[in-house]
Design a protein around this ligand. Structure first.
Ligand code: ADP
Length: 270
């Protein structure tokens, strides 16, 4: 839930009357609070992989004359290091989004290209679990925005859909135009999300099941990044889910009218 930052002052104006002044804190104070929270969270999140790395390094040192153990533990060090690097990458991305609040490279972006690139990048993880990703729907739609950020957002949704689904299931990505919005829906047949968690999954570092998220290499930042990207584009993201049956994440973005030179088929023709 959104927090309201109020500064309340009370003055006793007569023996029987209190004056209550409530002031909404400025945007600057609010941003400062967000940043302070963020730094605390980040330090906490960084401690886990750094602690694991240092323990593993000690273990490797102690096992110096056991080549098999050295191989095993240094493999785990590499996995831990790559998790740490993914985390740092997402922290930087999110803090950039939080601070800027506005897009830098805005241009007409073809939704087809965003989807194709995101699917392409999610494919390695999907193949490893025999999860099939299929994209379908309206073609030729254009939005205004930052292409890279949009690819990141769709990819985060796909990566989650794959990560929280059993082997051999399907992930469907559907695109359609609804009035002045483009809807990109990512539908999975995975574990789903309980009603009480559905709002919270968009919070920074929130994970429904920290142990599972850790197994999947999750950082708890993916959806928070999607939410920021959506908002910066004048859109939003929402979730619909039935625990045990799957989840649907829908990203909505304002449509830019197709360019006059665009010879794409009309929406709905695919
Ligand atoms: P993470 O890196 O942990 O995946 P996210 O911000 O991307 O972080 O997601 C937050 C949490 O929301 C996840 O830890 C997971 O519990 C839940 N979640 C996200 N996507 C899905 C999904 N498609 N199916 C089930 N749970 C999901």
């Amino acid at each position: 839930p959104a927090r309201l930052l109020l500064q309340v002052r009370v003055a006793q104006v007569t023996p029987n009357h209190l004056l209550l002044l409530a002031e909404d804190l400025t945007q600057a104070r609010r941003l400062e609070a967000i940043r302070r929270d963020f730094v605390v969270n980040v330090s906490h999140e960084l401690k886990t992989p750094v602690g694991a790395l240092s323990l593993l390094a000690e273990t490797v040192q102690d096992a110096a004359d056991d080549p098999e153990a050295v191989r095993r533990f240094s493999g785990r060090m590499r996995a831990e290091a790559s998790r740490l690097s993914a985390l740092v990458h997402e922290i930087i991305e999110l803090s950039r989004l939080q601070v800027a609040g506005a897009l830098e490279d805005v241009a007409p972006v073809a939704v087809d290209e965003v989807v194709a690139e995101a699917v392409d990048r999610a494919r390695t993880a999907a193949d490893a679990k025999a999860v099939r990703i299929a994209a379908a729907g309206d073609r030729g739609l254009v939005v205004f925005g930052d292409r890279n950020l949009l690819v990141t957002a769709v990819r985060n949704l796909l990566d989650n859909a794959v990560a929280y689904s059993p082997r051999g299931t399907r992930v469907n990505l559907g695109v359609r135009r609804r009035d002045d919005l483009v809807e990109i829906a990512v539908v999975d047949e995975g574990v789903g999300i309980a009603e009480a968690d559905q709002e919270r999954v968009f919070e920074r570092f929130y994970r429904v099941d920290p142990a599972r998220s850790r197994d999947t290499g999750g950082t708890g930042l993916g959806l928070s990044i999607v939410k920021h990207v959506a908002a910066d584009h004048g859109g939003d993201v929402s979730v619909w889910s039935q625990p045990g049956r799957g989840s649907t994440f829908t990203l909505r973005l304002p449509v830019a009218e197709p360019r006059a030179t665009d010879a794409s088929p009309a929406p709905g023709s695919h």
